[in-house]
Design a protein around this ligand. Structure first.
Ligand code: HEC
Length: 150
């Protein structure tokens, strides 16, 4: 191999191998992601100025009551399934979007349409934390393909 190319390749490989090492200097456990995600779920407003009827800032928990563990309720009173096994039933077909969506896309839609806030980016730490939290409440639950009935 040409010596210059070999040197360049070595440099590229060295910088690539530096990536995981750098990430490892800020280790994050699953438990920490779950805790951060729960906090965001309960308190995050995503820059929204929307208010609930009782004057409190709106968060995920406003509609997905009790941290998503019991049936959801819209401010207008309409009920819908809990998030107890949401991570197990995505990706799935969304009739309004006419396509199969991941849970990240569903979360972004909820922030955008439900909270009228700025949706967290795909792959962002906020998104990872929220999905980790939802995974934590789903573990050990029975899978109901249409969402938890309670
Ligand atoms: C204004 C009420 C509202 C808010 C606020 C809201 N959601 Fe939702 N969410 C819904 C409704 C209603 C559904 C049912 C699916 C649909 O009709 O879009 C839903 C569905 C979901 C689902 C899929 C559940 C399933 O069984 O299909 C997930 C996951 C979810 N929301 C997460 C979140 C997260 C995380 C937040 C906060 C960032 C949030 N939602 C904020 C109303 C809301």
């Amino acid at each position: 191999m040409n010596k210059k190319i070999a040197v360049a390749l070595t440099a590229v490989c060295a910088s690539l191998s530096a990536l995981p090492a750098h990430a490892a200097s800020h280790p994050q456990t699953f438990a920490a992601a779950v805790k951060a995600g729960e906090h965001i779920f309960m308190t995050g407003t995503f820059g929204s100025r929307e208010r609930t009827n009782n004057g409190k800032p709106m968060t995920c928990d406003t509609c997905h009551i009790d941290g998503g563990r019991t049936m959801g309720r819209l401010p207008n009173g309409k009920r819908f399934p809990s998030l107890m096994n949401a991570v197990a039933i995505f990706p799935r077909y969304n009739p309004r979007m006419h396509k199969v969506i991941t849970i990240e896309t569903q979360i972004r839609a909820c922030v955008h349409n439900g909270l009228m806030g700025r949706a967290p980016a795909y792959g962002s730490q906020t998104m990872t934390d929220l999905v980790s939290y939802l995974a934590s409440i789903a573990r050990g639950q029975r899978v109901e393909p249409n969402g938890m009935p309670h």
